[in-house]
Unconditional design. Structure first.
Length: 170
């Protein structure tokens, strides 16, 4: 029998690993692997060229930084897809179940609002980059190539949050 104050969706780490180990990879996990591979290849290529020629592909830093931002958003989306984002629940676990549910909804609303805010303003940034034809400093490619991924991935995260919320409420 569970105590009255225990959250309804409490699982042990082993249960969560078993639950998600057999699950098919999400699109975010696949794209995370591709982004990580590209970062490794760019960095390795830069190290090899620097070692052999004493020169560096300094401009590749732009790609690496853009890929790291994409990687952070993809990792966040994956964490939300599996309901594994970081939580500090010390005080929440001490609340009555009704207050725990309210805190859970508040967490959902604030997180979705934050990523909605990011999507909105990053969308304006990408649009301004496109409209004013800004180019990147090292390679001179259109800056919106880098900035367009923030609003897209922020929307993906909001959709993942909603899907996770609906799945948990069922």
């Amino acid at each position: 029998m569970k105590p009255d104050h225990a959250p309804e969706n409490t699982h042990t780490a082993d249960e969560l690993l078993l639950t998600h180990a057999d699950a098919p990879l999400t699109i975010e996990q696949r794209l995370t692997g591709v982004a990580m591979l590209l970062i490794v290849l760019i960095s390795l290529g830069n190290v090899v060229v620097r070692y052999l020629t004493a020169q560096s592909f300094a401009a590749t830093e732009e790609f690496s930084i853009a890929l790291l931002i994409i990687l952070a958003f993809l990792g966040s989306s994956t964490a939300f897809a599996f309901d594994r984002h970081i939580r500090v629940t010390f005080f929440i676990d001490k609340l009555p179940p009704r207050w725990q549910a309210a805190a859970d909804w508040l967490s959902f609303a604030v997180t979705a609002g934050l990523f909605g805010f990011i999507a909105f303003y990053a969308g304006h940034l990408a649009w301004d980059n496109y409209r004013f034809e800004e180019t990147s400093p090292a390679l001179g490619v259109p800056q919106w190539w880098y900035s367009v991924w923030m609003p897209i991935l922020a929307v993906v995260i909001v959709l993942r949050l909603i899907a996770t919320r609906l799945r948990r409420d069922r």
